[in-house]
Design a protein around this ligand. Structure first.
Ligand code: NCD
Ligand code: ZN
Ligand code: ZN
Length: 428
């Protein structure tokens, strides 16, 4: 069986460190089959799946449940464990049980998981630091948002822009700065998810300059949409953190180019059309699917000359692989690396239609956009999972957890003699 790739490009499959596949608990929105089918169609060969399912991935019991659900996967995956107020004593079990990274919701979002106090966060960072696993942060400060939303609701505000007013950039930037100092103190590796504002870049840049192992990611919506799109898209555009002004988007593009923002992730967050379109803005679920449209949307930017294909590969595959411990086995095309491949046709155009997505979330802010640059085949460890724009249904279950290939160098730990655990253990 041969493949004619004349005139096409062979890229490492995208590694998306931020997807929500909803199983267990919210399978009317998505499950492991539909979510990873969406990844396969989108040229994404590895995903890291978030713990805000029901039940959340808060201990090794739920981790095993998730591994069971993930047996349907088309593509390879990492699993996040939760780092929250009420599961600090479960973190070591999750590490020993094989999670690939941790997720800390500093502010509430879908699933309404209680955000940890700074004290609980610090203890969590102390524990996870020793494992070398990265802690991804939903960096928005809960107390600021709660106050602002209360004031807006009291004032009777019910419009898409009130969503931004409840979660202005300072909400995110304050959280980034606070998490960065905890990472600096403990030596924990952290990743700032879904960077949406210019203001977050300052504390991120400063922390990097001080040698903190901190990375940043952004999503297509923060690069390609801005506040002028709210009038057109209404509650469909509602996402945490919010899409902001064109100046924010410009700053994030520049930060990708200068390396302050390391990678592109999707925050694939499917909800039903009904859950997305509510007359009261506060009731519309936040987020939308992304794993299937990321590569076409970003390759379209390559087509337009906004970035090079080499840069795109760095943001979509190489940087996530390096930062989450998968390099050199994943994220590049080279002898000794897995054949995780997206073959792309840079001359092909398609129009994005939510109705045609594999995801159960049949709603996207990019509805009707025609993009040029399409992944026409996807291979995971040498096997087709998508061929000629068609899902290879026989490849269901081919996806594996990446646990066995983690190769993170030992982190530089700080102040380990002052961790709660070591002080409670006492001298000797
Ligand atoms: C995400 C979800 O729906 O799980 N929603 C979102 O608006 N981004 C949660 C999150 O990443 O904050
Ligand atoms: Zn988030
Ligand atoms: Zn998310």
């Amino acid at each position: 069986e041969t493949l004619d790739a004349t005139g096409q490009f062979v890229l490492p499959g995208a590694i998306d460190v931020h997807v929500h596949f909803r199983e267990p608990g919210y399978t009317h929105k998505e499950d492991w089959e539909t979510g990873t089918a969406a990844a396969a169609m989108g040229g994404t060969t590895t995903v890291f799946e978030m713990p805000n399912t029901h039940p959340p991935t808060r201990s090794v019991v739920e981790l095993r449940q998730k591994q069971e659900a993930a047996k349907k996967a088309y593509v390879d995956f990492g699993l996040y464990g939760l780092l929250a107020e009420d599961n600090i004593d479960e973190l070591q079990g999750l590490i020993d049980g094989g999670v690939n990274a941790f997720k800390c919701f500093m502010g509430n979002t879908f699933g309404n998981l209680p955000s940890p106090s700074t004290g609980a966060m610090l203890e969590g960072f102390e524990i996870v630091a020793r494992s070398g696993l990265r802690i991804s942060l939903h960096a928005e400060t809960a107390s600021i948002m709660a106050w602002r939303q209360k004031r807006l609701v009291e004032a009777g505000r019910n419009d898409p822009l009130a969503h931004i007013a409840a979660r202005p950039a300072v909400v995110a930037a304050e959280a980034v700065a606070r998490a960065a100092i905890l990472a600096e103190w403990t030596g924990a590796r952290v990743h700032v998810l879904h960077i949406s504002s210019a203001l977050e870049l300052g504390p991120l840049r400063d922390a990097k300059a001080r040698g903190v192992d901190i990375t940043g990611g952004t999503c297509p919506c923060y690069l390609l949409l801005d506040s002028s799109d709210y009038a057109r898209l209404g509650s469909v555009i509602r996402v945490n953190p919010p899409v902001r002004d064109a100046a924010d988007s410009e700053a994030i593009w520049a930060a990708l180019k200068d390396g302050t923002v390391d990678l592109i992730e999707t925050d694939h967050a499917p909800h039903t059309l009904e859950e997305k379109t509510k007359s009261v803005i506060w009731e519309a679920d936040c987020g939308f699917p992304g794993v299937e449209t990321q590569m076409p949307l970003m390759l379209n930017q390559v087509s337009k000359g906004r970035m090079s294909l080499e840069d795109y590969v760095r943001y979509s595959a190489e940087a996530p692989a390096k930062r989450f411990g998968l390099f050199p086995v994943k994220g590049r095309i080279a002898a000794g690396a897995h054949a995780d491949i997206a073959v792309v046709d840079m001359a092909r155009s398609e129009t994005i239609r939510a109705a045609g997505l594999q995801s159960r979330g049949k709603v996207t802010p990019f509805e009707g956009e025609t993009v040029t640059g399409i992944p026409i085949h996807t291979l995971v460890r040498g096997r087709f999972v998508q061929r000629d724009r068609t899902l290879v249904t026989g490849a269901k279950g081919h996806g594996r957890q990446v646990t066995d290939i983690q190769k993170m160098p030992t982190p530089v730990l700080h102040n380990q003699d002052q961790t709660l655990a070591s002080v409670l253990r006492g001298p000797g």
